[in-house]
Design a protein around this ligand. Sequence first.
Ligand SMILES: Cc1cc2nc3c(=O)[nH]c(=O)nc-3n(C[C@H](O)[C@H](O)[C@H](O)COP(=O)(O)O)c2cc1C
Length: 171
Amino acid sequence: MPLVAPHDFVRAITRTATPVSIVTAQGGGVRLGQTVSAFNRVSDEPAILGVCINRRSPIHAVIRACGAFNVSVLAREHRGVADCFAGRGGPDRAPFTFLDREWQTGVNGLPVFADGLAAFECTVHSITEIGSHLLYLGEVGRVVHRDAEPLLHQRGSYRTLAQQDTEGHHA
Ligand SMILES: Cc1cc2nc3c(=O)[nH]c(=O)nc-3n(C[C@H](O)[C@H](O)[C@H](O)COP(=O)(O)O)c2cc1C
């Protein structure tokens, strides 16, 4: 079967709602962050997650150099942070700027967003080049999380949950 046209694939896949996260890396005096929606639970035992980052990103060299990255999952009030690390400035911030009040240093020495929904400190398990993106699997060494509403992304727009589902709980 021939592959679907990239345009059709993207239109279909962006109908799914995803959390919005910031991948961060630091090394050699460089600190970088990038907004990602391609973030996944891969394995529970051992704890491994995956993120996909486009080939053009400058973050690849930094992740390779330090062998680690962090993923900070944003809460609903953090659209400005998501825009910032997607290269879009706002009235109160320049693109790709770490504001001191918003960021802490993880146990692994890499940036962690201070007030997010969850954060995962990872060491690189593997890096796989796949078409337009690089797939990073990360072994999760430390997590932090809190009760908060997630920031979601769907069909090119930020979304938030309309209501809390109290009927079922699945790990
Ligand atoms: C909500 C949202 C989700 C994104 N998800 C991803 C992603 O999963 N992987 C990726 O490589 N880029 C993703 N991007 C785009 C990058 O953040 C953006 O290309 C990068 O920060 C570089 O910015 P530039 O293209 O303006 O240089 C996303 C952007 C936004 C706003």
